[in-house]
Design a binder for this molecule. Structure first.
Ligand SMILES: Cc1cc2nc3c(=O)[nH]c(=O)nc-3n(C[C@H](O)[C@H](O)[C@H](O)COP(=O)(O)OP(=O)(O)OC[C@H]3O[C@@H](n4cnc5c(N)ncnc54)[C@H](O)[C@@H]3O)c2cc1C
Ligand SMILES: NC(=O)c1ccc[n+]([C@@H]2O[C@H](COP(=O)([O-])OP(=O)(O)OC[C@H]3O[C@@H](n4cnc5c(N)ncnc54)[C@H](OP(=O)(O)O)[C@@H]3O)[C@@H](O)[C@H]2O)c1
Length: 471
């Protein structure tokens, strides 16, 4: 092919940006098996689309505001976006402004990196009551995602119950209990800061349906709980067997470390802080109670049982209890959602693929959570995107990409601007970024997020600076 290979990437989150980075390979190439190798042997142009005017996906709208160090990947993404051949088309939703079939006609190849924008349901009565929310929605609210800025979050009750034992459950527990003076120094959305300032929440109870050693959280995140300012950590004693080795057999190092932390929490005296996080294991939600709003949660106790072959199983018991609460957050996992015109695997919430190649759709690829399911940290997406890009480049090399009447860059730009007058390009996003950081600097914070689409569009023009307290 004499002209550059033209690739569309849908989604400017970590997997989409890493895919762009691999395609627009930096000096020295890409690490494969510990060695720098050049993957790309032809000129490539990459257009990255996002339905939001902003970039970075869950690095902006997922990673907890009190974890700024986890957001350092954004610097890598900034460098990728500065490479020749990179263009950004923000505020363009694929499936709305542009159909996937059109993208396939406009480009030599399309990579879907749309993440997982739905959530898993518990499938229990009362789940739809006011005050029972997916943690995904709560997280998007405190991180200033424009779609969730106006949701109702009732923090008037003393206890919040969080279902699930993953890192997201720990994130929301921290945000609900961290002293407001600390949150005021982060990039948490202003509307969330205001609500948390007036919060009556004193206790966050995390429920794990399995045992303590099954906790899906990572050790550093679990250990961080122990040093939170002004928060007691309570691990309910009865959940920890006295002799782990006898109960569990040979434990791996990660599980040992987890248990040691939980035992430390269980055994240390409480400091009597105003706020507490309670970890309760072997407990399943049965029904969210209430008329219009959440008034409580009915739970049942589980126990560990060994089968004839010695394997441990979690089994329900008939022991039930009601936990008094006004807010239930289900942190039991995100889930991909279908895109019109693309296959979808309902069971796993992914676009079905073989090593990143979408089944039955030539020149169409996936990466990130929509490829693998909603698991893995930011860095996991780097290798994931590399594998997808290698498949794409191998197809290009072997001439298996159907050569459609690919549009040149200026044509794509013209069509998109006709369909979306408020398209945000790379320069527009840089203006938004600059203004948010400038507002943040003035307030001693990393940034103050703009959380409304029309204000983001206005900020993208590079015209007058946004007021410090724009909400
Ligand atoms: C609450 C939470 C906290 C986390 N914290 C950490 C952490 O501290 N450290 C860590 O390493 N990992 C963390 N992770 C994991 C990390 O965020 C994910 O591994 C990563 O974001 C997945 O990347 P992705 O590109 O697949 O999806 P996403 O980050 O979700 O990006 C998908 C992008 O696609 C866009 N999009 C969706 N649909 C369309 C469409 N139709 N058209 C155009 N654009 C579209 C979205 O707007 C979004 O920008 C966290 C995850 C969550 C949920
Ligand atoms: N700081 C960080 O690095 C960070 C922060 C946030 C997220 N992340 C990453 O993002 C990914 C997603 O995190 P996540 O917390 O959403 O998911 P997760 O790690 O998969 O945890 C989900 C939790 O929900 C429980 N669960 C699932 N279905 C349930 C049900 N029906 N009833 C009760 N409990 C149920 C699971 O229990 P079982 O184990 O019993 O199934 C598990 O404890 C993970 O890879 C995580 O590491 C990383």
């Amino acid at each position: 092919m004499s002209r550059p290979l033209r690739v569309a990437i849908v989604g400017a989150g970590p997997s989409g940006m890493y895919a762009a980075g691999h395609l627009l390979e930096g000096p020295g190439g890409t690490y494969v098996d510990g060695h720098l190798t050049s993957l790309v042997d032809q000129p490539v142009e990459v257009d990255v689309f996002d339905r939001l005017p902003t970039q970075w996906g869950l690095v902006r709208h997922g990673v907890a505001p009190d974890h700024p160090e986890k957001k350092l990947a954004q610097t890598v993404f900034e460098h990728i976006a500065a490479r020749p051949g990179f263009r950004f088309f923000g505020n363009i939703e694929i499936g709305n402004h542009v159909r996937p079939q059109e993208l396939s006609q406009w480009y030599d190849a399309v990579v879907y990196a749309v993440g997982a924008s739905g959530d898993t349901a518990m499938g229990i009565p009362g789940e739809d009551l006011h005050g029972c929310l997916a943690a995904r929605v709560f997280v998007a609210w405190y991180n200033g995602h424009p779609d969730y800025r106006d949701i109702e979050v009732d923090l008037s009750h003393e206890r919040v119950v969080v279902i699930g034992n993953g890192n997201v459950a720990l994130d929301v527990a921290r945000i609900l209990t961290t002293p407001i003076a600390l949150l005021e120094r982060t990039d948490i959305a202003d509307h969330a800061l205001e609500a948390l300032r007036n919060s009556k929440v004193r206790e966050v109870m995390l429920l794990g349906r399995r045992a303590h050693f099954h906790g899906a959280f990572n050790n550093p995140e679990l250990e961080e709980l122990g040093v939170l300012d002004g928060v007691d950590i309570i691990v309910e004693h009865g959940d920890l067997p006295d002799n782990h080795e006898a109960v569990l057999g040979e434990l791996d190092a990660t599980t040992r470390r987890k248990l040691a932390t939980l035992e430390t929490y269980a055994n240390r005296p409480l400091a009597g802080h105003d706020k507490r996080i309670v970890l309760r294991f072997l407990t399943s939600p049965i029904e969210v109670l209430g008329e219009q709003r959440v008034a409580g949660l009915l739970v049942s106790r589980n126990h560990l049982e060994r089968d004839d072959s010695g394997r441990l199983h979690v089994r329900p018991t008939s022991e039930e209890a009601v936990i008094d609460t006004g807010l239930v957050l289900r942190a039991i996992g995100y889930c991909g959602v279908p895109l019109p015109g693309l296959p979808f695997d309902e069971r796993f919430g992914i676009i079905p693929n073989v090593e990143g190649r979408v089944r039955g759709m030539p020149a169409t690829y996936v990466t990130g959570w929509i490829k693998r399911g909603p698991r893995g940290i930011i860095g996991t997406n780097k290798k994931c995107a590399r594998d997808t890009v290698r498949a794409l480049l191998a197809d290009a090399r072997s001439d298996t990409l159907p050569n459609t009447g690919t549009l040149i860059g200026t044509d794509v730009d013209r069509i998109l601007r006709q369909r979306q007058p408020h398209l945000i390009d790379q320069l527009g996003w840089l203006h938004i970024d600059d203004k948010e950081r400038a507002a943040g600097r003035a307030a001693g914070r990393p940034r103050i997020k703009i959380t409304e689409i029309d204000q983001l569009v206005a900020a993208a023009t590079g015209e007058p600076a946004i007021p410090a307290n724009h909400g």
